[in-house]
Design a protein around this ligand. Sequence first.
Ligand SMILES: Cc1cc2nc3c(=O)[nH]c(=O)nc-3n(C[C@H](O)[C@H](O)[C@H](O)COP(=O)(O)OP(=O)(O)OC[C@H]3O[C@@H](n4cnc5c(N)ncnc54)[C@H](O)[C@@H]3O)c2cc1C
Length: 427
Amino acid sequence: MVSENQTHHTRSTGTALIVGGGVIGLASAYYLAKDGWKVTVAERDDFSDNCSFGNAGMIVPSHFTPLAAPGIVAQGIKWMFSSRSPFYVKPSPSLSMISWGLKFIRHANEPHVKRSAPHILALNNLSKDLYDELANELADGFGLAHRGILMLFKTEKTAVEEIHLAEQAKALGLDVGILTHEQVQSLEPYVKLDVLGATHYRSDASLYPPALMAHLLHRVKQLGVTLMPQAEVKGFTCNGGKITKVITHAGDLSADIVVLTGGAWLGGLAKKAGLSVPLMPGKGYSFMTTAFDGKLQHPALLLEARVALTPMGGRVRIGGTMELAPIDHRINMNRVEGIANAVPNYYPEYQLPVPDERDIWHGFRPCSPDGLPYLGRSKSISNLIVAGGMGMMGLSLGPAAGKMVSELARGKKTSADIRLFDPERFH
Ligand SMILES: Cc1cc2nc3c(=O)[nH]c(=O)nc-3n(C[C@H](O)[C@H](O)[C@H](O)COP(=O)(O)OP(=O)(O)OC[C@H]3O[C@@H](n4cnc5c(N)ncnc54)[C@H](O)[C@@H]3O)c2cc1C
């Protein structure tokens, strides 16, 4: 057990205002309400879509390395020149982009990965257990499946990297299998695979994100949480080191505790409260297909292509690309084509048509420059908690983040060590 805020004494509950209704906001609402807080969630839109709905639904203890890792900068530069590539940083003269990029480069090294990995893993493991608890509580479920995730590779180069990573994962206590072509094919008996092999992270899981979000919304309402749609937060009034007023489109609000969970917009929101929380949106796309006809058994990452496939009910969700650039809602069909075209390279029986633009979902991952979450209490504003910046694993970390928020709100010891995730670490 670790003390995040030893100076804070355990306090009684009161009112809590959460800004943002994604998975982090709703999970925070859930754990706060269960702990006796009177909770309101102010959401700019209507709780029906955000990054938490269209993602690949993977719960990923396997993702213990932050995005800022060795090799990613060189690889990213190569990919920048291809319109179909899975990773893209839009060259931009904006100061915030340059400053984010420099911080990213500074963290893309081995010591950073080594230091961060056990903490990211611990939070993901906790979250996975909490998902089991949630699934038991929510009678209809949300498609939680424990089949692990297959990391499929086609080339020797990727095999060497992945096997090395799998050894590190095992050393950290993860249950990982290193599979030959024949072994992975026998795990997927109904679809033909064209791969060299795979690593199988057996402790990963998956779920159907829209069902999870619907259940969380339903459950928090049952717990008495007030949901405020169309209530964009425009600013804060601070007095005596505290937020005393939250200015929204739907009127002014106040609460004992304010929690910022604004997803890709968290940086702008925090700035309004005087905090520097650097963040870049990482746009990704997904679409559903019926092509596999229920035959695909395991979620998979097509490693060289950076594409994710997750069985969801009888269908499969296919997602990918990471375009690091300011928010832009346009759909880049070249990249969607890149995603669709990657599938038959691994599953040769499935030549997928490029979906219609209206069937393509897009969302913005909230990416911090060091690849670590922002999760903690502000040191400069005593009633402010920040929870976000979870990049590629926000769905996975949702329940753990929510639980940490409720512990922080109480001034309790947090049940995971979140000191590395200090939201003011870039001040
Ligand atoms: C293609 C793709 C695949 C992914 N796959 C996975 C996966 O398999 N596993 C995984 O763990 N993660 C995955 N992710 C990442 C994951 O979806 C995100 O990390 C997560 O959903 C972020 O949740 P959030 O609550 O922080 O943000 P969001 O879900 O974006 O919610 C933030 C909310 O805040 C609201 N808001 C913003 N500003 C304001 C304001 N001023 N006032 C009021 N409200 C405001 C927004 O409207 C929004 O509703 C994927 C992402 C993409 C794009």
